[in-house]
Design a protein around this ligand. Structure first.
Ligand code: FES
Length: 169
């Protein structure tokens, strides 16, 4: 004879089934909302975005100051922000795109602006100096070289990515 205590009544079966289906439907509705709410916070700045800055045939051996705009995502807020790069070819005709942000305390460096130190990047805030390759000159406040932008060349166009600290300098 079957044990009546272990049998599930019709009412209990209906309750379990409705609770299970209701829970599943609730999760199916809430999961996309949670994803939508949290997704912008999980997104970092895209590492793969490259922005057109200038044609490669316009790049000279003299650093040129170029301003461009990048998309910035801050939580749920997206905006365009200006970036600047010093773009030129070094003595080996290699392209360099340097950030103008001084690695001491973040002021803006200028090229060839101090007559006492020609052909150098100069930071007026604390007399920071960098040679033409953007390497900090010993004895001045900056302790590391100017950061350089990742770049790609696409159909003769220079595309800049993120500025990164240079290793080994
Ligand atoms: S911020 Fe450039 S030298 Fe101090």
């Amino acid at each position: 004879m079957a044990d009546k205590k272990n049998q599930v009544s019709r009412r209990q079966f209906l309750n379990y089934t409705l609770t299970g289906v209701g829970g599943f439907m609730g999760a199916a509705m809430i999961a996309p909302m949670v994803g939508f709410a949290v997704d912008p916070l999980l997104k970092g700045e895209k590492d793969t975005d490259y922005v057109y800055v200038m044609d490669v045939n316009e790049i000279t051996n003299e650093p040129q100051r170029k301003t461009f705009q990048v998309d910035q995502v801050d939580g749920w807020y997206e905006s365009k922000v200006d970036r600047t790069a010093w773009v030129y070819k070094d003595e080996n005709d290699e392209i360099l795109a340097l950030s103008p942000v001084c690695t001491h305390l973040g002021c803006t460096v200028d090229w060839n602006s101090n007559q006492d130190f020609p052909n150098e990047f100069y930071c007026p805030c604390h007399d920071g100096r960098y040679d033409k390759n953007g390497v900090n000159i010993p004895g001045t406040p900056p302790t590391e070289p100017l950061h350089s932008y990742d770049f790609q060349i696409q159909d003769g166009k220079l595309m800049l990515g993120k500025a990164k600290a240079r290793k080994g300098a």
